[in-house]
Design a protein around this ligand. Structure first.
Ligand SMILES: [Ca+2]
Length: 420
């Protein structure tokens, strides 16, 4: 209780007068940021079956069918007068600017760390550095399941699907909504790291182990080599992932280690509505600005918002927080896979094959993988029941019950699997 109050008041001081806040022990390394409207691009939502007739000066450049929720149209249009006339077109439900999403990766700060205290039960050489696996009780959970039968879609910068520690768990090459081709290869590095945290291959005498080492990964590229993308592109990726689950009759967890500060984001809201109706479980990073939860995570009706916890069970100093937080998960010094080829991430000092990263982007896949483990042993459950169960079995930290930093608590795989 006292520790939590300290964290909260430090945050308030920062917001209120710009005073320097004492470090809580970690620097942000991965910071999804967004917000700026992309000049001249509007996302227009129309009712199902509506035939949108673009006013003069506006042009529909792409369409995303959301079934009985209607469609998103990506429309090139500029100027308030033209926007007003688009809004007045019959069948138009909503018009919003398409917004930019941009990952930021600050400098690499290597740190020697070995916080592992459990027995070494696997032969993956970097396992001893994966403190987060032990902290959430994943080792015990593996005696019951390793995530078999569940697909986790990594909606991100893509995935190095040929990585020696991932290739056996890749369900297909996926899709790139950046290059519009059936190959979601990672062009930046971030998505490969997320994928390894979820489902790196275990006991292959190589690298690391995923939290759900027999779940399968669906690569979905929505962010380019620059780490940039747009809300519309992300919506396409999430729809693809949700539809994949329906078409292949498999449970899909969608990992979204991305987002931003926009408070008006009907695109993510409607996308979440669509995907959950298709049965997908959506997990999203809270953001790394030590402020309010960003979108899409703030739409907590559809997305599990994940905060980042440090090795000391404290709020990671960068982590966003708020009433929307579902659970917290380890998000500092997370050792996982990086691409085997040159990517922009290397320019920041991160090595090929494996590297430690930190951010709510790294906490999010820990939760996504725990949901995959849970769904694996309860295939009859729907997404909401899996989510509620993972929340109810979390380790309560901070003030008793749900709070704005830890949500329901620190995610616990062994408790979720009933093998604690
Ligand atoms: Ca491995």
């Amino acid at each position: 209780m006292r520790r939590f109050a300290g964290i909260l008041s430090a945050t308030v001081v920062l917001a209120g007068c710009g005073a320097v806040v004492p470090s809580l022990g970690n620097q942000p390394v991965d910071a999804p940021v967004t917000g700026q409207a992309i000049a001249g691009e509007q996302v227009v939502q129309v009712k199902p079956g509506a035939r949108f007739v673009a006013p003069a000066g506006a042009k529909v450049v792409d369409t995303l069918d959301l079934g009985d929720l209607g469609s998103f149209l990506l429309v090139k249009a500029e100027g308030p007068a033209l926007l007003a006339s688009i809004k007045s077109v019959k069948g138009v439900v909503n018009v919003e600017p398409n917004r930019r999403v941009q990952l930021e990766v600050p400098a690499y700060k290597p740190r020697a760390l070995d916080l592992f205290r459990g027995a070494l039960s696997v032969d993956d050489p970097l396992f001893a550095q994966q403190w987060y696996v032990n902290r959430i009780g994943a080792q015990k959970a593996w005696s019951r399941t390793q995530g078999e039968g569940v697909v986790v879609a990594v909606v991100d910068t893509g995935v190095d699907h040929g990585h020696p520690d991932l290739v056996a768990n890749i369900v297909s090459k996926g899709y790139s909504f950046v290059n519009n081709q059936a190959d979601g290869l990672d062009e930046q590095g971030h998505g490969t790291h997320v994928a390894g945290t979820i489902a790196a291959v275990q006991n292959n005498a190589e690298g690391v182990t995923g939290v759900a080492p027999k779940a399968r990964i669906l690569p979905v590229q929505v962010l380019a080599a620059t780490g940039g993308g747009s809300l519309y592109q992300i919506a396409k990726g999430v729809k693809y992932a949700a539809d994949y689950g329906v078409e292949n009759k498999v449970h899909v967890v969608v990992n979204m280690s991305l987002g931003g500060a926009a408070t008006v984001d009907g695109v993510s809201y409607t996308t979440g509505w669509y995907a959950t109706r298709k049965g997908a479980l959506l997990v999203a990073a809270a953001g790394n600005s030590n402020t309010a939860v960003g979108t899409p995570a703030r739409w907590d009706k559809y997305y599990m918002a994940v905060s980042a916890i440090s090795e000391k069970d404290e709020k990671a100093n960068f982590s966003n927080y708020g009433p929307e937080i579902s659970v917290g998960a380890p998000g500092t010094n997370i050792v996982a896979t990086t691409p085997t080829y040159d990517v922009p991430l290397n320019k920041f000092g991160y090595p090929k094959f494996y590297a430690p990263l930190q951010g709510t982007s790294m906490a999010c896949p820990v939760v996504a993988a725990t949901c995959a483990l849970t769904w694996s042993v309860h295939p009859d459950w729907d997404w909401k029941k899996v989510r509620t169960h993972v929340e109810q079995t979390a380790l309560d930290l901070g003030p008793k019950g749900h709070d704005v930093v830890f949500g329901h608590g620190l995610v616990q795989a062994d408790a979720a699997l009933g093998v604690r």
